[in-house]
Structures are given as structure tokens and as C-alpha cells.
Design a protein around this ligand. Sequence first.
Ligand SMILES: Nc1ncnc2c1ncn2[C@@H]1O[C@H](COP(=O)(O)OP(=O)(O)OP(=O)(O)O)[C@@H](O)[C@H]1O
Ligand SMILES: O=P(O)(O)O[C@H]1[C@H](OP(=O)(O)O)[C@@H](OP(=O)(O)O)[C@@H](O)[C@@H](O)[C@@H]1OP(=O)(O)O
Ligand SMILES: [Mg+2]
Ligand SMILES: [Mg+2]
Length: 315
Amino acid sequence: MAERRYSVGYALLPKKQHSFIQDSLVTLACSRGVDLIKIDQERPLSDQGPFDCILHKLYGEDWRRQLEDFRARNPDALILDSPNAIERLHNRISMLQVVSELKIESRTESFGIPNQIVIYDKETLFDEKAWTRLKFPVIAKPLVADGSAKSHKMVLIFNHDGLNKLKPPIVLQEFVNHGGVIFKVYVVGEHVKCVKRKSLPDVSEEKLGSLEGSLSFSQVSNLATNERSDESYYKLMNLEDAEMPPQSFLKDIAAGLRQAMKLNLFNFDVIRDSRVGTRYLIIDINYFPGYAKMPCYESVLTDFFCDIFHGREKE
Ligand SMILES: Nc1ncnc2c1ncn2[C@@H]1O[C@H](COP(=O)(O)OP(=O)(O)OP(=O)(O)O)[C@@H](O)[C@H]1O
Ligand SMILES: O=P(O)(O)O[C@H]1[C@H](OP(=O)(O)O)[C@@H](OP(=O)(O)O)[C@@H](O)[C@@H](O)[C@@H]1OP(=O)(O)O
Ligand SMILES: [Mg+2]
Ligand SMILES: [Mg+2]
């Protein structure tokens, strides 16, 4: 008897579709019984399908309503991931709150988030009392992380002079020296893959006093290179010497975040505190990141689809 095939309808913006829906992924998934089918965003979702799963990275009330309608009509189908769960990541305070509440068993490593405060208005920005807990340098990040270019615009603030050009609502997060390397941990269901990326260089205490008020930047960790083979990338960015955090530690954090956030598709950014080599800080969590930059993304995603469909057969 022919093996049951599964259909995954995807709804992505053009840039995302171009980067994520590569022939290599479609072909491999198809060979494993999973058909990736583009949802026509010009027509109602209810007129399309049938789908065993909807994979999406779209926002807005109309799309949310269509997904709710789809879920009501197809209670056994999967939605990856639910808009309610994704919403937590659109605010840089609620995004990291889940990390602060995470408990994992770890023998030597510890983790947390950097000291941070949220500033809703200019008055608070210049109110010294609001500052008692933070020390310079700090990174000013837009409070809203909604995928817009604006939500990635950051400013590294070295002293009070740098506060003038900030526009609340923002999060002010202590800049923690971490040796210029960031660890991006990609999560696809139970699959966890850590890669190294270029980050901001350390800021020495001595230099702090003489630095200009601030430095603006955006998505420093997203430097694309032609060949994605990690060895050459790590050499090019001289990242090869940076030691990876223990995989079991990252898997425990990934599993804890997945359970707490009820998300399957995300990555989280980890830096190692240069002052304490076994202390790791989570500074950012992203829904449905750039998986195509992850080594072997085709097999990881295809294995995940098989897990969710065949795993359900065993239920
Ligand atoms: N608290 C911090 N201490 C040190 N460096 C930081 C800190 N927060 C951010 N950075 C640096 O700034 C970069 C961007 O920060 P963050 O990841 O929060 O922004 P983003 O726009 O959400 O990035 P992404 O493209 O990963 O979504 C990080 O990759 C890291 O290099
Ligand atoms: O496509 P890219 O490779 O830039 O992926 C980036 C992704 O952009 P896209 O979803 O619009 O594609 C970003 O999404 P928004 O926060 O802007 O929603 C965010 O998830 C980054 O963390 C991803 O970079 P990565 O963490 O994987 O390095
Ligand atoms: Mg980040
Ligand atoms: Mg981010």
C-alpha cells in the first residue's frame, strides 16, 4: 500500500520564501513523503489545501483570523507556530522573561539575561533614578521586535551623552563583553544546532571614558558570506578559536524554551560572559530565523516534518 503523503502549506514573505524554500529542501522533503505547497496569499486559506500542517511567518489580524478558521475546520492539522505564541517574541521584555523563569540542571554552566530596563518616555530616559541598576556601556534596542528594519536598529551607548538621540520605547540592556563571538542556537522541534557568528568587539573599561557618546549598528551577526561552509566562514571571521558552549547545556535550554514558549521554530542568541567563562547570557530570541544559513538545514527540517507527522501516527 502506498505510503501516506503529508502536505505542508507555507505562507512566507517573498524574501523569506526565497531564502527558505530552496529546491534542495523541497526535493528532500518530497523524497521523504512531505510535499511543501505554497499558499496563495491572494486567496482565502479556506479555499486551498487540504494541508496537514501550515508553516508561516506572516502577521496581521486577517492572517490570524484565517489561521483560527483553519484550526477550527482542521483540528488535527498543525500550525507552526501559533500567532499567540509568536507574539511573546515581538516585545524585547516579554521575549527574555521566559529565560529568567527557566530552570535547568547544570553542573558547571550558569545562564541568564543581561541587566536591562525598559524606557517608555524621554523623561525616564534622563531620570538618574531609572539608571541605578545599569552601568555603561549599554545597548539601546527598540522595545518592539516585529521584524521591521526599524526593530533591528540598535545603538551602543558609552556614556550619558549618547542618550540624547534615543527614541523611546526602548530597552536598555547592559553590554557584556563576550570576546566578539555570538553563538546562534537554531531550534527546529527537538533538533538543536549551534553556530558561531561575528559579534561586536569588547569595550575596555579604560577606553570607555574616551569614547564618543554612541555607536549605531544593525544585525552585526548576520554577515552573509558566499560559501556557507562553516570552516571557511569561521576562518574568514577568525571565529575558529572560540569554544562552543556544551551541546547538552544548549539542548536543555532549547528544550526548556520550547516548552515554556510553545514554539517549535526559533533561534536564540547566546554570549559567553568574558568575566566568567562558564556564564552564558541569552540576549535575543527570534521566531523562524534564517534556517538556510544553518548547516544541513534541508535534512534538519525534513527530519522535523517526519517527526511531527510520524510521531503523530504513533499517538
Ligand atoms: N547585551 C549585549 N551585550 C553584548 N553584545 C550584545 C548585547 N545585545 C546585543 N549585542 C550584540 O548586538 C547584536 C544584535 O543584538 P540582537 O541580537 O538583540 O539584535 P537583533 O536585531 O534582534 O538581531 P537578530 O538579527 O539576531 O534578530 C548581537 O548579535 C550582539 O552582537
Ligand atoms: O533571513 P535572515 O537570514 O536575515 O534571517 C533573519 C530573520 O530575517 P527574516 O525572517 O526576515 O528572513 C530575522 O527575522 P526578523 O526578526 O527580522 O523577523 C531574525 O530572525 C534574524 O535572527 C534572522 O537571522 P539569523 O538569526 O538566522 O542570522
Ligand atoms: Mg540577535
Ligand atoms: Mg532578533
